[in-house]
Design a protein around this ligand. Structure first.
Ligand SMILES: NC(=O)c1ccc[n+]([C@@H]2O[C@H](COP(=O)([O-])OP(=O)(O)OC[C@H]3O[C@@H](n4cnc5c(N)ncnc54)[C@H](O)[C@@H]3O)[C@@H](O)[C@H]2O)c1
Length: 379
């Protein structure tokens, strides 16, 4: 039986990963460590935690005393670190928090793991390690900076982050690699492109668009909407992390991406068109519209759900133009490939969203509203 410490599992990708590994591995125990910031929601993982296989602990990955206590209690085989401040716009507003959590928090986890997992020293002075342990860092393609119209990020692409968020994630990766090189610590890193899917916090593009359409609001798009991202369905990302943690090589970095490049404008238009189609097919979904426009026959109109809702807003500072991943390495070594096409994934995502409005309401009360008003004004 393997015991995992999964940090940040009350957030978007971490919660999907938690559900994924509990579902596919019978013989594991998971301790979740999450500070429950605005982005973490206990309701998301309520069905998964507090049973024999999964325990929830609220706390900060930067808290050495707490993390030390967890290591002393549970004898972890794997640490999988999702915990992070993750939103680029917020990092532009408050960079320091990003450095604190993403760099120092990661270093604290590494240090406590190092102390718990080393057994002694070999003849050359390097630490010897408990068998089968692994520290996995969940990273991002944003560490590579921005591409022009052609080319892909490989694992050897130079690191050139631009935002405080991506700079903090890059720094964390470098600290992970420093533990590999200095102590020969068994580590791995995955660098993934933009995810979408269930439990995505509605400050990110796709869930924000869905939320605004239901509210009858305008759909804000940065600049002229030409920025390209490589979109990956979150379950495919979880599968990639599981493969790397359990079968990947020690000390390696794996890029994870979908060959699913779209401009932000394409994403928004496709989301509008898909919602329109789903509302055409399922009358029930129309009742969820807060803006109820009636047709002459008294039925609810959806004619206004079209591209006219798009409104272009001032571009993000330092906005990277294009990200695109070359996933050849993970494909060749571990047989991973993105199973969900964007056309299928976007329908699943929208339907999940429509069927889980209570969750959306829960996570967007309070502070979120203040944040939204600050970013986009009264749109
Ligand atoms: N979302 C993406 O498209 C994407 C793509 C590639 C990589 N990533 C990386 O994946 C990871 C997860 O991203 P996400 O989108 O799920 O993020 P998220 O913001 O949805 O979730 C982050 C989680 O971390 C927790 N957290 C924050 N600070 C913490 C701290 N100090 N101690 C403990 N917990 C803390 C939050 O409460 C939340 O549950 C991040 O490391 C991010 O950099 C995300």
């Amino acid at each position: 039986m393997k015991t995992y410490l999964v940090t940040g599992a009350a957030g978007f990708i971490g919660s999907n990963y938690l559900k994924y590994i509990l579902n596919i591995h019978d013989d594991i125990k998971v301790v979740v460590l999450d500070a429950l910031t605005y982005a973490g929601n206990l309701g998301t993982i309520a069905d998964d935690i507090d049973n024999e296989r999964c325990i929830f602990v609220r706390g900060d990955i930067g808290d050495a005393e707490l993390v030390g206590r967890l290591f002393a209690t549970y004898r972890f085989d794997y640490v999988v670190n999702f915990a992070a401040e993750s939103h680029v716009d917020r990092s532009i507003e408050n960079p320091q928090l990003f450095l604190q959590t993403n760099i120092l928090g990661t270093q604290n986890l590494l240090e406590v793991a190092r102390r718990a997992w080393t057994k002694g020293k070999d003849e050359t002075g390097y630490p010897t390690w408990q068998r089968g342990v692994r520290f996995h860092q969940v990273s991002t393609d944003e560490v590579y900076g921005s591409l022009g119209v052609e080319g892909y990020f490989t694992e050897d692409t130079p690191l050139q982050p631009h935002s405080p968020y991506s700079a903090s994630k890059t720094s964390a990766d470098l600290v992970v690699m420093a533990y590999r090189d200095t102590y020969k610590m068994p580590v791995s890193v995955t660098r993934c492109s933009n995810n979408y899917g269930p439990y995505h916090f509605p400050e990110k593009l796709i869930p924000l668009i869905i939320k605004n359409i239901l509210a009858g609001k305008q759909l804000p798009v940065y600049g002229n909407g030409s920025n390209v991202r490589d979109w990956l369905y979150v379950e495919d990302h979880c599968k990639a992390i599981d493969l790397v943690v359990t079968k990947g090589r020690d000390g390696e970095i794996y890029n994870v991406g979908g060959h699913n490049e779209r401009t932000n404008l394409q994403i928004v238009k496709l989301t509008i068109a898909t919602i329109h189609r789903l509302m055409e097919e399922h009358l029930l979904y129309r009742n969820m519209l807060k803006k109820q426009v009636k047709n002459a026959d008294g039925s609810i109109s959806i004619d206004w759900i079209n591209d006219d809702l798009i409104t272009f807003v001032k571009d993000r500072l330092g906005h990277d133009q294009r990200y695109a991943i070359d996933p050849s390495k993970i494909k060749a070594e571990l047989g991973w490939y993105p199973e969900t096409t964007f056309e299928v994934g976007i329908v699943k995502t929208i339907e999940w969203n429509l069927n889980n409005q209570k969750w959306v309401e829960e996570v967007t009360s309070g502070d979120y509203q203040k944040y939204y008003d600050r970013m986009y004004g009264n749109r």
